[in-house]
Design a protein around this ligand. Sequence first.
Ligand code: SF4
Length: 330
Amino acid sequence: SNNLLEIKDLEVVYTSGKSTVQAVNGISLSLGRKETLGLVGETGAGKTTIALSILRLLPERTGRILNGSVTFDGVPVLELGEAEMQAIRGGRVSMIFQDPMTALNPVIPIGQQIEEALFLHNVDKLDSKALGERINEILGLVGIPPERKKEYPHQFSGGMKQRVVIAMALACSPELLIADEPTTALDVTIQAQVLAMMEELKHRLDMSMLMITHDLGIVAKTCDKVAVIYSGEIVEYGTFEDFFVGERHHPYTDGLFGSIPDIYGNVRRLRPIEGMLPDPTDLPAGCKFHPRCPHCMDICKTVLPVAYINGTHAVKCHIFASEEGYHGEY
Ligand code: SF4
């Protein structure tokens, strides 16, 4: 296959004491080279768990992959030994998190942190002059003047800190960048600048990107494909056009659309989604969204909908059983 990343039937559980919760329940996704795939949903829906599974970074004692496969560039990631895994992690696949301070060491100058990121992945073949040049080049990519490399993280603003984190993630020229809510901690103007920069870098460096966000506005700006995740399942999957040109959506996605910020950055809450994600230890029967769904029918309370597919667009909702062009996939 031509895909850089393929996830099939992924199931992940977290156990604590006697209770087990299903965090990811049979998710399949694919990401082509140079593509950006958006994983959208509320906090707790399972998005980060999917990302951590790709890198095999689930919390060791509590998280467990029960089933499924992850294939990166033809390599079965879940079957690799730890040494092979380390070569992929941070080398061919990099991840950036919401809070830049989790990735930065407060007591080390940022240039030295980038140098360490390079060393970790065998770029230590460079002599010191070449190394210095490489660090300057990486800082240049994210718009940080090289003379600031001797400064410490606290000397940078939030947006600049996130740029440093992105620089570290790019140090080894990854083929896939996983960005987990990379701009959520930033204010709206800075958020737009950082996103624009990531977009530009993605094209310049020929990377693929997995963009994890709760914000469909960010998806609209960056993604080629979109998966909406609810309670550990994909409820809607499609291309940019399916989401932003096509008008038929899962009721949950419709709710998310109600909170897209307008061009002034104001959040319009025309159709807020009432309620919360279901308790993962006590999931509702039938469609898991039914307690919150404004279109809930009797069948929704007992029967889990299949995915209804029309071309590239897939929606897991009973309404689509009667939509023209959609056919059920079991
Ligand atoms: Fe709403 Fe029913 Fe569709 Fe679930 S299956 S999203 S409850 S209409």
